[in-house]
Design a protein around this ligand. Structure first.
Ligand SMILES: Nc1ncnc2c1ncn2[C@@H]1O[C@H](COP(=O)(O)OP(=O)(O)OP(=O)(O)O)[C@@H](O)[C@H]1O
Ligand SMILES: [Mg+2]
Length: 367
C-alpha cells in the first residue's frame, strides 16, 4: 500500500481562467477510509479523476508512494474506481463481471473464484451470481459495480464517486457498513465522494471538506463538528448549521452592537481590533435567566418542535440565532432572553477562516 500524494495539483477546464480545483498539496494516507465531502460543483469528481488518471491535471504532480504517476495512464496506476451509475458488461453474468478485473490480470482460477465468492458474499450477491447483469434492477447492478471495484486485492486505492446514489436509503446503510468491513479487511486506501454529510460522517476515518475547489478542513467527524476551522464547515456539517453573528473586536472584548459578549482569544496571540464573525453551533447555545458571558441577549422569534428536540429561533439585531434545546421548551416568541455559549465552543472568524474563540469576560471558564 502506498500514500497518494498530490503536489501542487490544480485543474482548470478553461485554459487557466478559473480553477475547478485550486492548486493543492495533500497526502491521502494508505489504509485510511476518507470521505471527500462538498457541494455540487466543488471539484470532487475532478479531484478523483486526477488521482485515477482519467484527467491530467493542469498543474502539479501525482505520486503513488515514491512513483511519479502524473503521466502514467489509468490502466497502469493500479487504482480501482466506482462511478455513480453502474458500469457493467450487461450480457455477462454477475459472476463474470466480478471475475473480469481479475481474469484481465491473469489471476489463477482458484484465487479468482475465492475472491469473487468473498465479495459476492459480503455484498449479498450470492443468489444472483449466475444471472445476467442486464436482468438485475439498477440498485443491484450498482452493487455489482461496487464489487468490481473491490475485488482486486493488489490495488493501491479504491475511489468511489457517489456510489450509492441509485440505491434506496435502507440499503445504503447496509452497504456503507459492508464497505467499512471490506476496508478493514483489505486495508485499501479508500476515498468515498459524497455531498451528504451523514454519509460522510458515518463512513470515514477522516472527512476531507472541499469547497470551491479548495480543501477547507480535514479531520475526524467529531473534530469537524466541535471545532470548525472554516465557516463553510460550520454551515455544511450540522443540522441546522452553525450560527453566524457579525461582531466587532474592541479593547480585547467581542461586541455585538453595544453589548460585550465575551473576551476575544486569538488562535496565535492577540487579535487585532475590527470586524469579526461569531460562529457557534445551535447545540452549544443555552438559554438562561442569569447573564453570564460568553453570551448575549436576543429576542425569541419562534420555536420549531422537532420531536426529539426544539429549535428556539431568535434575532440579534437583524441576524438569526438558533438554540437547540430539549423537547417541550416553554420559550415564547417576543420574549427577550439571555443566550449563553458553552465554554470553548464559540469561535471567531475572519474572511471565513477561524481566527480565535470567545472566553468569559471575567476570565473564568464560564461553565
Ligand atoms: N468536462 C468539463 N468541462 C468544463 N467544466 C467542467 C467539466 N467537468 C467539470 N467542470 C466544472 O468544474 C467544476 C467542478 O466540477 P466537478 O464535476 O469536479 O464537481 P463535483 O464536486 O464532482 O460536483 P457534483 O457533486 O455535482 O458531481 C464545476 O464548476 C464544473 O462545472
Ligand atoms: Mg461529481
Amino acid at each position: 500500500m502506498a500514500d497518494i500524494r498530490l503536489e501542487g495539483v490544480g485543474h482548470s477546464y478553461d485554459g487557466g481562467r478559473t480553477w475547478a480545483l485550486r492548486p493543492m498539496t495533500w497526502t491521502w494516507r494508505s489504509d485510511r477510509a476518507y470521505a471527500l465531502l462538498g457541494p455540487s460543483g466543488c471539484g470532487k469528481t475532478t479531484l478523483l479523476n486526477i488521482i485515477s488518471g482519467l484527467l491530467s491535471p493542469t498543474t502539479g504532480r501525482v505520486w503513488l508512494g515514491d512513483r511519479d504517476v502524473t503521466a502514467v495512464p489509468t490502466a497502469r496506476r493500479n487504482i480501482a474506481q466506482v462511478f455513480q451509475f453502474p458500469v457493467l458488461y450487461e450480457e455477462m453474468s454477475v459472476y463474470d463481471n466480478l471475475a473480469f478485473p481479475l481474469r484481465n490480470r491473469k489471476y489463477p482460477k482458484a484465487e479468482i473464484d475465492q475472491r469473487v465468492r468473498r465479495v459476492s458474499h459480503l455484498l449479498g450477491l450470492d443468489d444472483h451470481l449466475r444471472r445476467r447483469s442486464r436482468r438485475l434492477d439498477p440498485g443491484r447492478q450498482q452493487i455489482v459495480s461496487l464489487g468490481r471495484g473491490l475485488v482486486r486485492p493488489e490495488v493501491a486505492a479504491v475511489l468511489l464517486d457517489e456510489p450509492l446514489t441509485v440505491i434506496d436509503p435502507a440499503m445504503k446503510w447496509t452497504l456503507r457498513s459492508k464497505l467499512k468491513e471490506i476496508h478493514r479487511d483489505t486495508g485499501h486506501t479508500l476515498i468515498y465522494v459524497t455531498h451528504d454529510q451523514t454519509e460522510a460522517l458515518t463512513f470515514a476515518d477522516e472527512v476531507v471538506v472541499l469547497n470551491e475547489g479548495e480543501i477547507v478542513q480535514a479531520g475526524e467527524p467529531t473534530e469537524l463538528f466541535l471545532s470548525p476551522a472554516h465557516e463553510f464547515v460550520g454551515h455544511f456539517i450540522g443540522s441546522p448549521g452553525m450560527n453566524v453573528v457579525p461582531a466587532e473586536i474592541a479593547g480585547g472584548a467581542v461586541r455585538v452592537g453595544a453589548e460585550a459578549v465575551g473576551r476575544a482569544v486569538g488562535e496565535d496571540g492577540d487579535l487585532p481590533p475590527g470586524p469579526v464573525r461569531i460562529g457557534v453551533r445551535p447545540e452549544f447555545v443555552r438559554i438562561t435567566a442569569a447573564q453570564a458571558t460568553p453570551g448575549l441577549t436576543a429576542r425569541i422569534t419562534g420555536v420549531d418542535r422537532m420531536g426529539a428536540y426544539d429549535l428556539v429561533r431568535a434575532r440579534v439585531d437583524d441576524h438569526p440565532l438558533v438554540a437547540k434545546t430539549g423537547a417541550g421548551s416553554r420559550y415564547a416568541p417576543g420574549a427577550v432572553e439571555f443566550f449563553r455559549f458553552d465554554a470553548g465552543r464559540a469561535f471567531l472568524f475572519r474572511d471565513a477562516v477561524r481566527c480565535g474563540s470567545i472566553a468569559p469576560l471575567d476570565g473564568r471558564d464560564g461553565s
